[in-house]
Design a binder for this molecule. Sequence first.
Ligand SMILES: [Zn+2]
Length: 129
Amino acid sequence: MPSPALRLPPHHLLACPKCGANSDTGLAAAEQRCTVCGSEFFDLAGMPCWFAVGKLQKTYWDSLLGLVMNAAAVNTTLGAEQLDTLDLLPSVRACIERDIAANQTITQALLDLLTQAGLIAAVHPGFAQ
Ligand SMILES: [Zn+2]
């Protein structure tokens, strides 16, 4: 899917969040970078995400999404193990099966939404714990 167009406010209202440069002094808003301090920024679904830490913010968000996906996979595995190993009442078994299905549905919806916006579910080593 092509990236949506970047939606920026009027350039005279913008400044680099790290050094304060504006479009007259080195902020290249349409290119999402600052030529003064070297910061590079990003957008999600065309919405500018300009932080003083630059693209590191996206790496952090990618990592959070990755951690959520990893935790969801663990939860699914634990639920399946309960179904396989425990002698369960039919009503309890049905409840666990519904929980597993609901968690998978919610997790997939979250992943679809955020990946369409531009995040990647990938845990960066610096944010791995
Ligand atoms: Zn700057």
